[in-house]
Design a protein around this ligand. Structure first.
Ligand SMILES: Nc1nc2c(ncn2[C@@H]2O[C@H](COP(=O)(O)OP(=O)(O)OP(=O)(O)O)[C@@H](O)[C@H]2O)c(=O)[nH]1
Ligand SMILES: [Mg+2]
Length: 201
């Protein structure tokens, strides 16, 4: 049992861009990462809901900005489309990149970007581009190292420790291991998310 009450969560809408986002002036926390890294699963695990955000074994499931209202009026979680899905090439890929960048640039109340990395893969060049965009648009961000259940404790600690230095030096607020399977890390991640909501409400 968690020692704190997990805020409520409800799906609000999906939209292609910020112009069609929900109108209530509440802070937003966006979940970004490579396609299939586990963004939607992280949202489900955090909110203790099995199918709030749609997940899939097949990359490229989340294609729009998906808004969830958290805690009634705390703010929104935004499940972003994953980047780097190899099967969508050319124009579609560029469109996704543009949609993500436009979101980072235009979202008026973006409180925090949660950049999700796979503990087994670390930082890829597309993640680096995402971090560069956070820097350019001055968006505070937090690194969540997910799928931590996929490695034994020693290997996991080693992976997280070796990622921490470079990520902190690029401006990460914190670097937190997580497993959406076991929910390990849930309270610590919520602490960061709730303080981001509070600072921006
Ligand atoms: N073992 C384990 N599997 C995970 C974890 N997080 C996600 N997965 C699995 O990884 C796959 C992709 O998860 P999603 O949450 O759909 O990933 P996504 O980043 O939202 O993917 P797109 O929407 O396609 O960009 C699913 O099969 C999940 O069950 C985790 O912490 N541990
Ligand atoms: Mg998804």
């Amino acid at each position: 049992m968690p020692r704190f009450t997990i805020p409520t969560a409800e799906f609000v809408l999906s939209c292609p861009d910020v112009a069609r986002a929900p109108r209530r002036p509440l802070p937003e926390i966006a979940f970004a990462g490579r396609s299939n890294v586990g963004k939607s699963s992280l949202i489900n695990s955090l909110t203790q809901r099995k199918n709030l955000a749609l997940t899939s074994r097949t990359p490229g499931k989340t294609r729009l900005l998906n808004y969830f209202l958290i805690g009634g009026d705390l703010g929104y979680f935004v499940d972003l489309p994953g980047y780097g899905y190899a099967k969508v090439g050319g124009d579609t890929l560029r469109e996704w990149g543009r949609a993500l960048e436009n979101y980072l640039r235009d979202c008026p109340r973006l409180a925090l970007v949660v950049v999700i990395l796979d503990v087994r893969r670390g930082l890829t060049s597309l993640d680096e581009q995402m971090l560069d965009a956070c820097l350019v648009y001055r968006r505070p961000w937090l690194a969540v190292i997910t799928k931590s259940d996929k490695l034994a404790a020693q290997a996991r600690n080693h992976a997280v420790n070796s990622l921490s230095g470079p990520l902190i030096s690029r401006g990460a607020r914190a670097v937190l291991p997580y497993s959406s399977l076991t929910h390990d890390g849930r309270e610590i991640v919520w602490e960061q998310l709730l303080s981001a909501f509070r600072e921006n409400s």
